[in-house]
Design a binder for this molecule. Structure first.
Ligand code: FEC
Length: 314
């Protein structure tokens, strides 16, 4: 019998249906229900996106099963059976449900990984904290992958996507070197800076590595999808950046949302609808790199990160 090792694969989570948006939004807001206007605004955004109303759920399912297959095809540890469990931050199955299911299946040894490459106390750190608490309660020994933002296969997968879209710009008659590449990620409240959070620096490290590998010299970083709260969020915001690029007479922009790994609201609405609209008004050509979804190179990145973390205990 093979030794079973649990892999807790954590992701943001999305509602099950339009009726589920209120409960989901209330969870994100730590138990505070949204106003009817806020709820309508969010529901409208979900209804506007293409590719299904809640593509994140299916994409996460595919990533989790893809990772499990990749782990078990990897020949470093034939004696181990890696079993993946999903744990979502704001929807069922919640992070705690995933840990509980592992414990029910008799698993005592596990590795946790988040489907987001960069570490922040407010993102990856908060997933880890919840998983650790539940694991301690149930006697599951769990270790965590903190980040994998410079894994060579991740950089390769992102670089291929940037190059593919630069080819399209060329085919459309633009000059490759004149395309401004805008790397982006989810903004967070500015207070993370006081905590010495590594998130902004790790994002710049990924951006630099991809720029280097693709030979891109004209690039910058912008934040997107800042929350609708009264506290200040990290900037510059991507929409403001588009407006200032237009003043510099930049005509072609390629957005590379390196902080995200899947097609979901923040990409399909905030970039493909909202940022596209702004770029049209500014008479710019805007393209975005394809999301990683279950690209084999991304699955191999996750697989490698999990195995390396697990081996630290051996
Ligand atoms: O497609 C989907 O259904 C889900 C898309 C989705 C992803 C996502 C990723 C991240 N978020 C992060 C931080 C915050 C903070 C707040 C916040 C709020 C929202 C709201 C929606 C939402 N987020 Fe999200 N996020 C996604 C969706 N997010 C909807 C609520 C309405 C709104 O503000 O737009 C503010 C919460 C608060 O008030 O305290 C902070 C971070 C990520 C990327 C890392 C990760 O995936 O964990 C960071 C996908």
């Amino acid at each position: 019998v093979k030794n079973k090792v649990g892999v807790l694969v954590m992701s943001y989570g999305t509602p099950e249906s339009l009726e589920g948006i209120e409960a989901y939004y209330t969870h994100i807001r730590r138990g505070h229900a949204p106003s009817p206007e806020q709820l309508k605004e969010l529901s409208d955004r979900y209804e506007a996106i293409v590719g299904g109303v809640f593509p994140l759920r299916e994409n996460t399912n595919r990533q989790v099963s893809g990772l499990q297959d990749t782990l078990n095809q990897d020949n470093r540890h034939p004696e181990v059976d890696f079993v993946c469990y999903q744990g979502l931050k704001h929807a069922a199955p919640f992070i705690e449900d995933g840990v509980e299911q592992m414990a029910k299946d008799g698993i005592t040894e596990a590795v946790g990984i988040v489907l987001a490459p960069h570490y922040s106390t407010m993102s990856v750190g908060s997933y880890m904290k919840r998983a650790q608490e539940k694991a301690d309660e149930l006697g599951v020994h769990i270790r965590f992958v903190h980040n994998y933002h410079l894994h060579p296969k991740l950089i390769e997968a992102l670089s291929r996507r940037v190059s593919a879209k630069l080819d399209l710009f060329e085919e459309a008659g633009s000059e490759r070197d004149k395309v401004r590449v805008l790397f982006s990620a989810h903004s967070l409240p500015e207070k993370i800076l006081e905590l010495g959070d590594p998130y902004p620096e790790q994002l710049l490290e990924t951006s630099r590595a991809v720029a280097e590998q693709t030979g891109v010299t004209s690039w910058q970083f912008a934040w997107q999808s800042a929350g609708r709260t009264s506290v200040p969020w990290l900037g510059p915001d991507i929409l403001d950046t588009l407006r200032s690029l237009s003043k510099e007479e930049v005509k072609d922009v390629l957005v590379a949302p390196i902080g995200f790994v899947s097609d979901h609201l923040e990409v399909l609405y905030d970039l493909d609808i909202e940022a596209q609209e702004v770029s049209k008004e500014l008479d710019m050509r805007l393209m975005r790199i394809d999301s990683l979804n279950s690209d084999p190179l991304y699955m191999e990145t996750l697989c490698d990160a999990v195995i390396n973390e697990w081996e630290k205990d051996k």
